[in-house]
Write a protein that binds this ligand. Sequence first.
Ligand SMILES: [Zn+2]
Ligand SMILES: [Zn+2]
Length: 233
Amino acid sequence: MGIILCETHGSQGFREVCVHIWNELAKKNFPIMRTLPGYNVKICNKCYQENNVGELQKITFDELLDLPDEEFIKFKEKYSPKYKNLDRRCKCIECIRQIELINTIKNGEDPSFEPFENTLMYKDTKIIEQLREVLTSHFEFPKSQNNYNKSVDAFFMRSGGVSYPFSIKFYYITEKKDQNKLLKLIDGFFETIPQKQRHISFYEFENWITEELEIGIRRYKGEEKLLLENMIK
Ligand SMILES: [Zn+2]
Ligand SMILES: [Zn+2]
């Protein structure tokens, strides 16, 4: 699974699609998509039929990982010529959802996800940075305990997509009056802009876990205690 940088949605996962699906998406149409099993590439009916994809068994990525080596070689022999034969393109997952949403609204249907159309996205980075300025100029934030970067304030903003809202996670702000002060600042800021959907959360502390492995060190976050959360839809 790779990551692309989308102009609208920032760093995102992508979906591989056949060139015909890609062309339809470019015209903002949301075509019927079939799947090349194992590779999870979305393909059109024509590609499906021309490559006899119907003769393949469905297999998920996890099942693939569990295959014994000799079975995996058999899988490769059968499935990969069809994969290689496809003219493929990559498309940002949130851009695909955006097109799905436009089309479901047009057809009076529901999308396959809960939509957040009215939220700050990567393309609104300027506004997001203005909000950072408002927060840091009115509040003294504790620093993050992340070893890699201890000079960072312990709050994290993430731009939204079509299927999730803009969010801010605060750490170490445990006093009710401080939480209220920040929520008030944020509410005031959002009064002046149209993209109001947001998810604000306060966590007790960052739970960084360091694990020593033979080949190096792994750092990851364990469970963290949520103190307060504020979702505006
Ligand atoms: Zn196709
Ligand atoms: Zn995108």
